[in-house]
Design a protein around this ligand. Structure first.
Ligand SMILES: Cc1cc2nc3c(=O)[nH]c(=O)nc-3n(C[C@H](O)[C@H](O)[C@H](O)COP(=O)(O)OP(=O)(O)OC[C@H]3O[C@@H](n4cnc5c(N)ncnc54)[C@H](O)[C@@H]3O)c2cc1C
Length: 509
């Protein structure tokens, strides 16, 4: 019997995982990637002996990763050497106060009670709520498909929307557990991983703090790209064909189905199904003919963007921990400036990553590899931003705080080279609409069934897997997207029963 064929547009983690799952279920799959390597936003930069993660640096929800490997017939522990990072972060407040987020409860208690007597009890209750949100969401919300509006707003599902506090804002909710503004900030800034303001994000996202402290923040030796390498190798073992430097120009449509794609070089390719892994609003806008739907998507809310510095440094800075967060000034104002004014806040917060603290091979001996991420507004067509000036201000802020708070006052002189990413680069390199680094936003109106679905309404054999479709952004969440999209494809192809989540084989740390 002839195998069913699939074309996947994009070799981001969502594209690779969907391709591998489809191949495992008997499809003949070809992945078309515009760039020269797989990984998309989860890529790496290797330069002069320094290895930088391009985007993601936090390996979260290992059980979701394990489920992916298990579904592909593999054991994660045979592919990835994961190290737990604890303390997860060092958080620096601009008044000099520091907080080490750790799963060591004794240390947490001492640190929290130093500032606010009831903060440790608040913390325990907050984490307990996060645990409830995490378990419930994974099973009933982010870990399942909603095939129609009645599925989502069903009598069975409605209580869930309240139990998960989808209508309460995260910042309002955290205020019930902590009084001190710095504590509230320390337990909500993680929303920025989703490119969201805690003033807009649903309180459901307390699940992030739970996963970090209870399930752990991990780091694979070899960098986050080790995850991409492993999944690509498994996909290739399952006979998935990857074609790089092959940007897709157009999806070929015919009434209620798609026929295949045309590459930028004019070459047509045909298949039974097409899976779009490139940013979903981009796929609608640039590769499909329906401009009305594309316009609607363009008007949706988008996540923030980032200014990134990748510095190869000829000196070691052991005082910079693996993960460091520097929170700045007026917390609320900084989110308003990012999400409403679409710019760099006056007093910006930022994150610094020094992977050589855990993985020595990330830098040459006696040297350091430093990545700094500063959240900024996404591109705004009505109000053009001067990115070169904003990049200079971002860099100066980072130097000042690293010098003042960590004594790294000679960092500037020791930088051998600098690579910069800013919103225009994110847009150009990965076709991210508005340069929004995390894709479509995740407020109440853009999650669950209300998020763009993983199959096109009109073209019944065009599917989507990735950060801007259900369930959303973040590597493990995109791995869930790959599972849900595959389940849907298999269900609708009627080939075999819906593929169930496979019980993973637990890895050993
Ligand atoms: C700065 C930053 C930090 C992050 N930190 C974390 C973190 O610590 N932990 C975490 O879990 N997540 C993190 N994330 C989120 C995570 O990186 C993303 O959610 C995830 O990588 C998205 O994967 P994807 O497959 O949906 O999309 P992508 O990675 O964008 O992949 C889509 C692919 O499609 C390709 N493509 C686009 N257009 C075409 C075309 N026309 N033809 C062919 N190919 C095309 C692109 O080149 C790309 O390779 C971070 C993201 C960023 C940007």
């Amino acid at each position: 019997m002839n195998k069913r064929t699939a074309l996947v547009i994009g070799a981001g983690i969502g594209g690779i995982a969907t391709a591998a799952r489809l191949a495992k279920n008997g499809y003949d799959v070809t992945v078309l990637e515009k760039n020269e390597t797989p990984g998309g936003r989860c890529n790496q930069i290797v330069h002069d002996g320094h290895r930088f993660d391009l985007g993601p640096t936090l390996f979260l929800m290992p059980e979701v990763w394990e489920e992916t490997f298990a579904a592909l017939g593999e054991k994660m522990s045979e592919h990835l050497d994961l190290r737990r990072i604890d303390p997860t972060y060092k958080v620096h407040f601009d008044d000099g106060l520091q907080l080490e987020l750790t799963s060591d409860m004794g240390k947490m208690q001492t640190q929290l009670e130093k500032v606010e007597k009831t903060a440790f009890t608040g913390f325990l209750n907050y984490i307990a709520e996060g645990s409830k949100h995490y378990k419930m969401s994974l099973k009933k919300f982010v870990g399942r498909n909603f095939y129609n509006i009645f599925d989502y707003f069903s009598l069975r599902n409605l209580p869930l929307l309240f139990q998960l506090k989808t209508l309460t804002k995260h910042y309002t909710n955290v205020s019930k557990y902590f009084k001190d503004e710095r504590r509230k900030a320390a337990f909500t800034f993680q929303n920025m991983y989703l490119g969201l303001s805690p003033y807009d994000a649903p309180a459901t996202y307390s699940l992030l703090q739970y996963t970090e402290l209870a399930e752990g923040v991990w780091y694979p030796i070899g960098g986050m790209y080790a995850g991409i390498r492993a999944l690509t190798k498994i996909a290739e073992k399952l006979s998935v064909k990857f074609i790089y430097n092959a940007p897709v120009k157009r999806i070929l449509t015919d009434k209620d189905k798609v026929l295949g794609v045309v590459l930028e070089n004019g070459h047509p390719l045909f298949a039974d199904i097409v899976v779009g892994n490139a940013d979903l609003p981009y796929l609608y806008k640039e590769l499909l003919p329906d401009t009305k739907e594309a316009k609607k998507l363009e008007n949706k809310l988008y996540t923030c963007s980032t200014i990134m510095f990748y510095w190869g440094v000829d000196k070691e800075y052991p005082q910079i921990a693996h993960h460091n967060v520097f929170l700045g000034g007026d917390y609320k104002a900084s989110f308003d400036q990012i999400f409403n004014d679409h710019t760099l806040p006056e007093v910006p917060s930022f994150y610094v990553h020094a992977p050589a603290r855990t993985d020595k091979a990330a830098a040459p001996i006696g040297q350091d590899t430093i990545y700094a991420l500063m959240p900024v507004g996404h591109l705004d067509a009505r109000d053009k931003q001067d990115w070169s000036a904003l990049v200079d201000r971002a860099r100066a802020t980072i130097f000042t705080r690293l010098a003042k708070e960590l004594g790294a006052d000679d960092l500037k002189e020791h930088i051998k080279f600098e690579i910069v990413y800013q919103p225009e680069v994110w847009k150009e390199r990965f076709n991210l609409v508005k340069g929004a680094a995390f894709g479509l936003s995740h407020n109440f109106w853009q999650v669950g069934y209300l998020r763009p679905q993983n199959r096109h309404r009109q073209y019944k054999n065009l599917y989507f897997a990735g950060a801007s479709t259900h369930p959303g952004t973040g590597l493990p969440i995109v791995l869930l997207s790959a599972r849900l999209t595959t389940e849907r494809i298999l269900k609708e192809a009627g080939t075999i029963a819906v593929q169930k989540a496979v019980k993973p084989v637990l890895h050993t740390a």
